[in-house]
Structures are given as structure tokens and as C-alpha cells.
Design a protein around this ligand. Structure first.
Ligand SMILES: NC(=O)c1ccc[n+]([C@@H]2O[C@H](COP(=O)([O-])OP(=O)(O)OC[C@H]3O[C@@H](n4cnc5c(N)ncnc54)[C@H](OP(=O)(O)O)[C@@H]3O)[C@@H](O)[C@H]2O)c1
Length: 339
């Protein structure tokens, strides 16, 4: 590529927006040209206004980025083609169709357009062909919106994609979800410190709907989702009912062979890594891997009667949000050739 594609981040100061800013600071294909937050921050330098929650230092190149207002003309003037949205769903519901109508290629983390029939919920390793749905939205004559899945569903879809061949009849999943999943400032420390909250609004319904749309399967899904006092990374305990009677070795082989499935800058060589140690995986490994936070880790694999059980760890704000969106934009650039 001779020159980088100019991109914008909407909601750059939130938990997901910060991951976008960090990952785009040094991206081989994309260059940050525009960043927005809510109106009170417009005109301020990024480092002076953001409450940086990432577990490593802010890259120096984003410190002086000016927070701008949401303005189509100014974004066009800045050369923006791709827009990464880390907006709350209620704001995205209004903003994203307008961005699409104004010719921008929108990659969104919000749930507001996920269930539209012509909007893909994309995970390049699992369903890259779904990208063709952007033509039903009018591309290349217009812009489009591509979404990524809810963060819990992303981890689940990654672990299950290579197991589809065994026939997935039923999924039971119980999640242990970190506080960063609720954004910043998110939950009150009074509610979550030394505590677990056994309800996350809308989450269980999202898992059921999204796993079916992403993997084109129709299993029975039983989910419980629980918020736990952990900063980053969602753990999920999964039990599967499979049509075929498989052994744990078949599952390990399937994950090990699920490699180089999407040759993109933000895709790990081995996107689902299994660890046999009984204490693996743990949320403290959420930023492991290359690129950091993009690998889904599995462990505690067992078979009881015909059911297969395991645990998985997904970094909710990287693979489960901003990193997944960046990977989706890379998949689009590669498939449709933007330059
Ligand atoms: N956190 C996760 O793990 C995760 C995972 C997957 C998907 N998502 C989805 O990703 C989106 C962002 O989540 P988040 O956790 O990053 O939320 P967040 O921490 O609350 O951040 C929201 C961002 O949007 C900005 N914003 C809020 N209201 C606005 C308005 N009216 N106009 C313009 N900008 C506005 C905020 O700016 P200020 O800072 O100035 O208020 C902030 O930059 C949500 O749709 C969420 O459901 C989150």
C-alpha cells in the first residue's frame, strides 16, 4: 500500500475508544485523522481530557490529538474514509445510518444495527463471506455499516467456529465478565467491589441471537451472564451437545488447525490457543498474545457422557470490541481493495 487510509474514531475517550486509539497509533494500513467524544471535550487535547484506563502507557503520538465535533463536512475535509464507532448504542442508532448515508465505511461496536438483515456481524476468522452483505446496503455507491459481535459472543464464536463440523446442537454458557465491559465509568465501585452481579441487561439474549447469525447454526442456547470484580477479560464456561461423539483430542486438534484463517495485520497466527494446565486460562492473561489481546484462550477441556466442556478467555475490549473492528476493516480493505 502506497499511502495509509484515513480513519476516524467516534467515542475515542471510552473504554473501547481507548483501544482504538492505542491500536491505530501504529497501524500499517490506517492513519488516525479524526477523533470525537461528547461535546464537553471538543477542542481539548486527548491526553488532557481522557481518563486512560489501559494497563500500559498512552502512545505519545495520540497525546496531542485534538478532540473534534461530530461533523461530516470536517471529516470529509480531513480525508476520512473509514469510521470506527465506539459510541453508546442509543447514540449510534442515530449517528451510524447518517454516516453510512454520507458515504463513510462504518465499523461499529454498538448493538443498534447488528440485527438488520443487510448488516453483517463480522468475525473474519469465522464468516468473512458475510462482508458481501455491504452490497445490499448500496456499496460501492454508498457507505455501509459492519458490526462486530457482543464481546462474550465473539469469544464463543471463535472457539466454536472450528467445531461446527461436529454439529453443534446445544450450547450452555456461563460468563464471568469484567467491569471494563460496562464502559467507563461503568459500574459503581460500591456495587462491584468484593461482589458479583448475576445480571447484565440484554446480554443473554444477545449471545443467543448473535451466535446463530454469525455461525449460521441453530442450536439450543442456555446462557447466564455475571459481572465479576475483574478489570479486563471475560471468562466463559461452556458445555456443548454435539451431533458426533468426539473425543477431547479432536477438539484440541480442531483449535490447533484453526490457523492462518484470515491473513490480516491484526489476526494472530493461531487465534484460538488451548492450554492444558488446570489453572488456565485466567483474566490476567487478557493482554497476552500477538497482537496483544487478540487471541482467545481455551482450557479445562473435558468430556462427560457425550458432552464437551471447556473454559475460554476473550479480551472484551480488544478482540471483543475495538481490535475486532479493526480486523473487520482490514478484511474489507483486503476483499474489496480500497486503494
Ligand atoms: N466495553 C466493552 O467491553 C464493549 C465490548 C463490545 C462492544 N461494546 C460497545 O461499544 C460501545 C462503546 O462502549 P464503551 O464501553 O467504550 O463505552 P464508554 O466507555 O461509555 O464510551 C462511550 C464513548 O462515547 C462517547 N459519547 C457518549 N455520548 C456521546 C454523545 N452523545 N455524542 C458523542 N459521543 C458520545 C463518550 O464520550 P465522553 O467520554 O466524552 O463521554 C465515550 O467516548 C458501546 O456501544 C458498547 O455497547 C463495548
Amino acid at each position: 500500500m502506497d499511502k495509509k487510509i484515513k480513519v476516524a474514531v467516534m467515542g475515542a475517550t471510552g473504554a473501547v475508544g481507548q483501544v482504538f486509539m492505542w491500536m491505530l497509533a501504529d497501524h500499517p494500513w490506517f492513519e488516525l485523522a479524526y477523533a470525537t467524544a461528547s461535546a464537553s471535550r471538543v477542542g481539548l487535547k486527548y491526553a488532557s481530557t481522557v481518563h486512560w484506563v489501559m494497563p500500559f502507557e498512552m502512545p505519545s503520538v495520540i497525546r496531542d490529538v485534538e478532540v473534534k465535533e461530530f461533523n461530516f463536512a470536517a471529516m470529509k475535509e480531513a480525508g476520512v474514509q473509514i469510521v470506527f464507532s465506539a459510541l453508546p448504542a442509543e447514540v449510534a442508532r442515530e449517528a451510524e445510518p447518517q454516516l453510512r448515508d454520507n458515504g463513510f465505511y462504518v465499523f461499529s461496536n454498538a448493538a443498534s444495527m447488528r440485527y438488520d438483515s443487510n448488516v453483517p456481524i463480522l468475525i473474519p476468522e469465522t464468516n468473512v463471506d458475510q462482508l458481501d452483505l455491504i452490497k445490499d446496503q448500496g456499496y460501492p455507491k454508498t457507505g455501509f455499516v459492519v458490526t462486530n459481535a457482543n464481546c462474550v459472543t465473539t469469544g464463543l464464536a471463535m472457539a466454536l467456529a472450528p467445531l461446527r463440523k461436529f454439529g453443534i446442537k446445544g450450547i450452555t454458557v456461563h460468563s464471568y465478565q469484567s467491569v471494563s465491559g460496562a464502559g467507563y465509568p461503568g459500574l459503581s465501585s460500591f456495587d462491584i467491589t468484593d461482589n458479583c452481579i448475576p445480571f447484565i441487561k440484554g446480554e443473554e439474549e444477545k449471545i443467543e441471537k448473535e451466535i446463530k447469525k454469525i455461525l449460521s447454526i441453530d442450536p439450543e442456547v442456555y446462557a447466564y451472564t455475571v459481572r465479576v470484580p475483574v478489570m479486563f477479560g471475560h471468562l466463559e464456561a461452556v458445555w456443548l451437545d454435539l451431533e458426533q461423539d468426539v473425543e477431547v483430542e479432536d477438539i484440541i486438534d480442531s483449535w490447533a488447525n484453526f490457523k492462518e484463517v484470515a491473513d490480516l495485520p491484526s489476526t494472530p497466527v493461531l487465534p484460538v490457543e488451548y492450554g492444558a494446565d488446570n489453572t488456565f486460562p485466567q483474566p490476567k492473561y487478557a493482554f497476552w498474545g500477538n497482537p496483544k489481546g487478540m487471541v482467545v484462550y481455551t482450557g479445562r477441556l473435558k468430556k462427560k457422557h457425550k458432552k464437551i466442556g471447556f473454559l475460554l478467555l476473550v479480551n472484551n475490549i480488544v478482540k471483543g470490541a475495538a481490535g475486532g473492528s479493526i480486523q473487520n476493516a482490514e478484511a474489507f480493505v483486503k476483499r474489496f481493495g480500497l486503494i
